[in-house]
Design a protein around this ligand. Structure first.
Ligand SMILES: NC(=O)c1ccc[n+]([C@@H]2O[C@H](COP(=O)([O-])OP(=O)(O)OC[C@H]3O[C@@H](n4cnc5c(N)ncnc54)[C@H](OP(=O)(O)O)[C@@H]3O)[C@@H](O)[C@H]2O)c1
Length: 301
């Protein structure tokens, strides 16, 4: 019988990448999603039978945070994370042969705005505010479950970089239009991780049956926003890039219906646990990541 992996919310940027990788490894990939050709969130028996005998459940579901934080969006950002997690937890309890590993997304935004020192799993301080409340409730809804046969892991992901989607397209456009300077003060830290390393970490966690709990997924060399933009301009051969001061970001965010927090919060996170456990990053520096992303982008466009 084919090995099986279940991707919940597996139709997005990270899900599609993982679907391709696991398919290449010979896995049957089963997706739970709101789209009609996948298993629906309301289909309890379908979810239970998908999970039975699977090697792993990876939950990526969540309304994008790239929107205005009005009441309706806030409610959906929260419930699309906590309720989907609860549906999966209840389904696992009903499984005869549940997967030995449940990986749920979380976010590095759970830590406070940090310009003074990096946050690790052991010494990081949890922040305050809407995005942090989401992250806390999301993790809580995972760790509320105690499953005798399934390890639980929450991935506190930094901003995921890859040619296939996510934030790279808007950043490429800013640089192309000559706006590739620092955003806000430029001093805010930009913690990031290459999407291939996200996939490799999932394989690492699958193999290492002694590991569970919370992991920071961020490259070991985070950069400031100024350095991120500088390296991107360099990789794209653009000498000049106008900066965007905070007031300009505020206006722009309203126009494109997003929030400046996504750009100006200083996310300074280190992958202390993964490094201690011996994980080796393929893309440990931003130069290396941009080099691969730009080559890949050229090959797919
Ligand atoms: N990409 C990053 O930089 C990053 C960083 C940290 C954390 N994360 C988290 O990691 C997860 C995956 O990231 P991603 O970049 O792959 O996100 P994405 O491209 O936006 O995909 C998220 C998936 O969630 C599902 N979804 C959206 N709204 C939903 C709703 N109201 N109810 C149920 N499902 C819903 C969608 O699936 P259907 O439309 O098929 O239902 C979508 O494919 C997200 O939860 C995200 O918050 C991402």
């Amino acid at each position: 019988m084919k090995k099986k992996v279940v991707l919940a919310g597996g139709t997005g940027f990270i899900g599609q990448y993982l679907e391709e990788k696991f398919t290449d490894l010979g896995y049957e990939v089963v997706i739970i999603s709101r789209q009609p050709h996948h298993i629906a969130w309301s289909n309890k028996t379908g979810i239970i039978s998908a999970l039975n005998g699977a090697e792993m459940l990876i939950n990526l579901a969540g309304k994008s945070v790239n929107c205005r934080y009005n009441d309706k969006n806030k409610e959906e950002i929260m419930s699309s994370r906590t309720k989907t997690t609860q549906i999966l937890g209840s389904a696992l309890l009903a499984c005869e042969t549940p997967p030995p590993l449940w990986i749920n997304s979380s976010t590095a935004t759970i830590y406070r705005h940090a310009e003074d020192r990096p946050m690790t799993e052991t010494n990081g301080e949890i922040g305050t505010g809407f995005s942090v409340d989401i992250a806390k409730a999301w993790e809580q809804s995972l760790f509320d479950y105690q499953l005798p046969h399934t390890r639980l892991v929450a991935l506190r992901m930094a901003i995921v970089l890859g040619a296939e989607g996510g934030v790279m397209k808007p950043y490429f456009n800013l640089v192309r239009f000559g706006l590739g300077g620092a955003q806000g003060s430029g001093n805010q830290m930009f913690s990031w991780i290459h999407i291939e390393d996200v996939y490799q970490i999932i394989l690492f966690l699958q193999e290492r049956t002694d590991l569970e709990g919370v992991f920071n997924l961020s490259a070991p060399h985070p950069v400031s926003n100024r350095e991120f933009m500088e390296q991107l301009r360099k990789a794209m051969n653009r000498k000049l890039g106008l900066p965007s001061p905070k007031w300009m970001l505020e206006i722009g965010a309203i126009l494109i219906r997003t929030e400046t927090e996504l750009i100006v919060k200083s996310r300074w996170v280190l992958p202390e646990r993964l490094e201690k456990e011996g994980f080796h990053f393929t893309f440990e520096t931003i130069e290396k990541a941009f080099h691969q992303i730009i080559l890949k982008q050229q090959s797919i466009s």
